[in-house]
Write a protein that binds this ligand. Structure first.
Ligand SMILES: [Zn+2]
Length: 134
């Protein structure tokens, strides 16, 4: 997702946080129904439930694309992405309240290396169900 300009955004109980403009990533998982889960994350309007919802519903945020993997590798992915140059924690612990990761939400200045790493982790670009050919 892209935040078009620096913004102060209230992230639930974490409070009002200043986010720099730029590209943000969120890594999540769903034990079942991952397709519906991604569709929900990619919807600009929804009931606020998770921390990331406060970002994805913000008027300055444009949701761009989602990648999916059928492997259970949420934390591995978050940690691998955070090792890349140009990827930093957006807000400590954001999206990572149930695990030991630094965060599952990050800001990326180097999106090409992110895409490359997602491909090596066997992620595929997600398509909304309505846009699939079959
Ligand atoms: Zn984690």
């Amino acid at each position: 997702m892209q935040l078009s300009r620096p913004s102060e955004i209230t992230i639930g109980a974490l409070g009002c946080i200043r986010f720099q403009a730029g590209r943000y990533l969120y890594v999540g998982s769903a034990k079942r129904g991952w397709d519906a889960r991604i569709a929900r994350h990619m919807a600009p309007e929804k009931k606020l439930r998770w921390h990331v919802d406060y970002l994805t519903t913000h008027p300055q945020v444009v949701l761009q694309r989602a990648w999916m993997s059928e492997q259970d590798q949420e934390c591995v992915t978050a940690q691998q992405l955070l090792l890349l140059p140009g990827v930093e924690v957006a807000l400590p612990r954001m999206g990572a309240s149930d695990c030991q990761c630094a965060a599952h939400c990050m800001r990326a200045t180097h999106i090409l290396s992110v895409r490359h790493r997602l491909k090596t982790l066997h992620y595929q670009l997600w398509q909304p169900p309505t846009k699939r050919s079959s």
